[in-house]
Design a binder for this molecule. Structure first.
Ligand SMILES: Cc1cc2nc3c(=O)[nH]c(=O)nc-3n(C[C@H](O)[C@H](O)[C@H](O)COP(=O)(O)O)c2cc1C
Length: 307
């Protein structure tokens, strides 16, 4: 291995982490050894052993879209924990990727703040790659749709790695109208904080495994009177309620929309009875935008790998 890459990734329920892993696997084919740094606090509430982007040949950032924005938690990490690029690395290209449940154009400006921060650190954002993975709140998704999303994300990870390895960066621009809408939705950052203490734990169901406490990326959960309790720094990532083995946590105002259990994507991919083109045949409503997204990204993929 002659080259080194780093991916700083925040992932609430695993989707974006999987995308990061797939990118890393593909970068390996091009001779890059990749460190994936999960953006999470340790039990003392600190970010531990944060790698210095100056030490790497390629630098990437991944996050899940939250209300048409990057999560504030992730932005704060980049702002406060990463050093500026030194003289030799100033202007280094950085790649950004994000996962979201919908391929909506409204999601397209979500990286604007992150890209602004990267520029201030001396990096030049050279990609804002959008991958679609199952929603982790609000919209449940049939197995076949999750399979399609996962397989497609695996292929998009090939593309990202190809672009990075071949230095095929491009300028990143954002539509001002979509950014304006994203800005309004930053209210979600406040909503997340306020909603934290509204999480409820069902005392009958809780099995005291304390997984939610050790797993919370913001270290916002502690044991009070024998049961988990959220503090005031919830980031609404949905990990605690999604992963609770006893389904004992209800996510405050998101209770009616919360999902549990997560996905075993490898099992879905191996299940041949599930079609891998679930959204392609849907001609109405929100599925139309999936079809457009898949057509566009397949064309990009074909252009690189099949011609
Ligand atoms: C609080 C919150 C807000 C979200 N907002 C959006 C959104 O604006 N657009 C979208 O397409 N998906 C949205 N999602 C879905 C996630 O972006 C999607 O499920 C993502 O893949 C989750 O990644 P993770 O598992 O790495 O956390 C939202 C999820 C949460 C928890």
């Amino acid at each position: 291995m002659s080259k080194k890459s780093i991916i700083y990734v925040f992932s609430g329920t695993g989707n974006t982490y999987i995308a990061a892993q797939k990118i890393a696997e593909n970068l390996y084919k091009y001779g890059y050894e990749t460190v994936i740094y999960p953006v999470e606090k340790n039990k003392n509430g600190e970010f531990e052993n944060v790698p210095d982007p100056n030490d790497f040949d390629a630098v990437g950032f991944g996050y899940p879209v939250h209300a048409f924005n990057s999560p504030k938690f992730f932005l704060n990490f980049v702002k406060k924990q990463l050093p500026e690029m030194d003289e030799d690395n100033f202007g280094k290209r950085a790649f950004v990727f994000k996962t979201s449940g919908e391929p909506l154009k409204l999601n397209s400006a979500s990286s604007r703040d992150l890209c602004g921060l990267l520029r201030r650190k001396g990096m030049l954002p050279g990609m804002d790659f959008h991958m679609i993975m199952p929603h982790n709140v609000m919209f449940s998704c049939p197995d076949a749709m999750a399979k399609q999303m996962y397989l497609h994300t695996c292929q998009m990870a090939e593309l990202v790695a190809y672009y990075v390895a071949n230095d095929m960066y491009r300028d990143v621009r954002f539509n001002p109208l979509f950014y304006f809408v994203s800005t309004i939705f930053k209210l979600q950052w406040l909503g997340a904080k306020l909603n934290g203490p509204w999480h409820k734990v069902d005392h009958e169901k809780c099995v005291h495994c304390n997984l939610c406490v050790s797993d919370c990326p913001a270290r916002n959960i502690s044991i009070v009177d024998g049961f988990p309790k959220q503090g005031n720094h919830c980031i609404m990532c949905m990990r605690c309620s999604m992963n609770c083995p006893a389904q004992a946590i209800s996510a405050g105002i998101l209770k009616p929309y919360q999902l549990s259990g997560g996905w075993n994507f490898d099992a879905l991919a191996a299940n041949e009875s599930l079609p891998a083109n679930y959204t392609d045949n849907k001609k109405i409503g929100r599925f139309k935008c999936y079809k457009k997204y898949y057509n566009r990204t397949w064309a990009e993929y074909d252009n690189v790998f099949n011609y």
